[in-house]
Design a protein around this ligand. Sequence first.
Ligand code: ADP
Ligand code: MG
Length: 615
Amino acid sequence: MADIIQLLPDSVANQIAAGEVIQRPASVVKELVENAIDAGATQIKVNIKDAGRTLIQIIDNGCGMSDTDARMSFERHATSKIRTANDIFAIRTMGFRGEALASIAAISEVELRTKEHDRDLGTFIHISGSTIINQEPVVCDNGTNFQIKNLFFNVPARRKFLKSNPAELKHIINEIQRIALANPDISISLHHNGSTIYELAGTNKRVRIVSMFGKNINQNLIPIDTETSLVKLTGFIGQPKHAKKTFGEQFFFVNQRYMKHPLFHKAIMQVYGKILPPDSIPSYFIYFDLNPADIDVNIHPTKTEIKFENESAIWQILQASVREALGKFNIVPSIDFDQAGSVEIPMPLHDYGNVHTPEIKVNPAYNPFEKQSPVKNYSGSGSDFLQNPAQRSNQTNWQSLYKGLEPDLSEKTEPTDEPVQFKIEEQQNVKSSVQFKNKYILTPVKSGLMVIDQKRAHERILYERLMQVLENHEVASQQQLFPETFELNASDATLLTSILPDLSALGFDIRDFGKNSFIINGTPGVLNTSTPIEIIESLLEECKNSPANLQEKARETVAISLAQASAIPYGQTLKPNEINELIDNLFACQTPNFSPKGKKILSIMPLDDFEKLLK
Ligand code: ADP
Ligand code: MG
């Protein structure tokens, strides 16, 4: 048989390698900006067109390349950063594998202009899909100017894989954010389709953070400064009261490189503990500096996780520093008693005899001249289960409709449109439901005990109302008495801008004020919220975590996210009438047994199980 093994041509090998290094336009931005930093640049300009599909241009004032180096730089394993395998243990530069340029040149059209500072003329190289089209001397500035055009032009599968322009732009903004925060002394600007997203002058860490996240963050920053023989920690943590519901201001850097470290994130969350408002995440910008030999650099270039030699020691140093910083600012985390094992006294089954603290409630939306149905507010949440007439009549009927029918719910796993069929037991006309662990509602039914997840139930209720608003085009916006302005970071601002039309169809009246700030003039009537900014923050977080492409089914995704963001949270105590209303409203829904994301809302623990338990 003839020999069949062949060496792949370089262009093919490079294309395959490119699949690992370059996943999207943001990867190109990251690689080229990191190269500029390695080249000693103090000024870097990033120009993007169409979220990087048509153009990514990076201009730096770094050392530039000679004619030969410029040509060599596109070869695979061509690097000026290491000479021997041992060098990688002492590496402080961003790249060292010599793969990025070869990969980029394999899947795009590259135009490079580069000049060393002591030369009169620079070099121009034009490469298309790994083929050199042209190289010639050129008059150009000191440093390097890369233009990457028509990314993935010869890899249609990759091109198809790209997300919408706002989503790809968001990735680019995230990369620039990380690099700009890691290198505050370098001037960086980012422009997209001619408009400026960042124009950051070289400065210190604090000013850089403020110029990226807005001036409001300044008074929120508590400095961290710890030096041990193992590691030096600097940077800032945010005050607990300013913690937001969304991720976006949590950054770790190690030796001026961004890293993800879920364990260290946990370490920080632990120190903050109960002093944080529920479901919120404090900001932090923490810079680790340590001997490069103590971290594992021999990892994949696109990975942001980094392994530490002395992880548990660093964990403790990190916790101690955060605790000390909070302590200095008199924000001492209280001792965290474990409440999991404590005994809880159940709420009385009937709402009589228990003494309430007198409280005054003011409804700012109340208009004495307007006839309206009574509005009940959930204390603190600002949410409310306004009912529409159709649902109200539904609700009075459902119990009689399904009297005596009790299929077993516990086996259903697929969302279904069929109504749930069972009967809630009533005693003296008061439904005997109780809240458990401020998370579940327990309701006796004929066949056992029904457990309802309070948050998912409310999500379902809100979701069906929002969908009704969309289907019937019955947008009812509740105007804010005092329109509030708020500022987002650049990537959240792009995300919000991209969903503004959907939010307005749902009843939000939000205006883009420019410079990443917005004003809320009105909110959807069905939400009846008094904390719209918090809801927007949670909504953005939900959208970020939503796997569905926002482009398709955008409205439904936004409605789901909005329902999740505004539902009563776990941990909120409900009054007996609120519990009953939640149950009633849930069973007025078309699909009361599953949350909008398809999670189980309720389950029944059969009576037999209780008997077995007590045998
Ligand atoms: P690596 O960064 O891993 O060395 P790259 O493919 O990214 O590999 O770059 C190859 C080489 O090209 C670098 O080692 C460097 O010598 C040179 N180079 C790349 N970008 C620049 C730049 N902006 N300025 C100067 N030299 C550069
Ligand atoms: Mg590189």
